[in-house]
Ligand binder design. Structure first.
Ligand SMILES: [Zn+2]
Length: 274
């Protein structure tokens, strides 16, 4: 199984110095870390999807406020579909998409893979469809995915993975890939675990934003801490998810844990894959 770590949506948010940037002025740097897995029997599997080619052609689809605050680069060559082509692979071989959650910077690329099945937590699909609060109306954009036909929402069945609740059997998928609920950032936010020849990888999505949050005396740039607190749908659940990740990191240092937007973690994951 070959694994590729892709950045499918570099963002340059305002107030970079609050987000961990090096300089007191200017914008910060965030990535949209997606994982492409070449499986022996299931074709290509993509974990998280970034932005789509449609949005690169028409950034207004993301909303003016989002574009102003986060400063996405929106280059067609950075979409998952075009990066898969650049790797010499065929985007139509992507049969499975697994999304950590349905926020607009994670679900946009679904539009570029109309034939793939989208696996996600049932609570997340329900929340994205219901958009029951003002914040959810802003973070979930149905125009990105409402025409998609193939969905496989899952819920906990009592399975576990290294002590965490997990959903291990994703319909139609043979590979060792499971969904691990890490709720809080959104109602059904989840991580995705992948077994590779080099060990387990856990894509933790937006359960945390900075690698310093995984250690026992966690810290993160103040802007990232504020952003997470503002964006959370369930504070106690989000803190419990981070506690579970810290415990996992302490007890199983061999697991490569990565979040979605930390450029340093993307660099480390690429090093790990090569
Ligand atoms: Zn995100």
């Amino acid at each position: 199984m070959r694994v590729h770590h892709l950045d499918c949506g570099t963002m340059c948010p305002l107030a970079g110095f609050l987000m961990g940037g090096d300089t007191p002025i200017g914008r910060g740097l965030m990535v949209c870390h997606c994982i492409l897995v070449e499986t022996p029997r299931d074709g290509l599997v993509l974990v998280d999807t970034g932005f789509s080619t449609v949005e690169c052609d028409d950034p207004r689809r993301l909303g003016r406020a989002f574009v102003t605050v986060t400063g996405p680069r929106l280059a067609r060559g950075q979409t998952a579909r075009e990066q898969i082509r650049s790797l010499g692979l065929d985007p139509s071989d992507v049969r499975h998409l697994i999304v950590t959650h349905m926020d607009l910077d994670h679900a946009g690329g679904i539009a570029d893979f109309p034939a793939a099945t989208v696996h996600l937590h049932q609570r997340e699909l329900d929340a994205a469809r219901a958009r029951s609060t003002l914040q959810e109306k802003q973070r979930y954009l149905p125009r990105q995915w409402q025409h998609h036909q193939r969905w496989n929402p899952v819920s906990e069945t009592g399975d576990t993975w290294l002590g965490l609740p997990a959903v291990q059997k994703l319909g139609g998928l043979d590979a060792d890939i499971a969904i691990v609920p890490l709720h809080g950032h959104t109602r059904g936010h989840s991580g995705v675990v992948i077994r590779t020849e080099r060990g387990w990888i856990l894509h933790a999505g937006d359960a945390y934003f900075h690698h310093h949050e995984l250690v026992d005396a966690p810290s993160a740039p103040v802007g990232l801490r504020l952003f997470q607190a503002v964006m959370q749908m369930d504070g106690p659940a989000r803190h419990a998810s981070q506690d579970a990740l810290r415990r996992l990191h302490r007890e199983h240092p061999e697991v490569l844990i990565t979040s979605a937007h930390d450029p340093a973690e993307l660099t480390r994951a690429r090093y790990h894959a090569n």
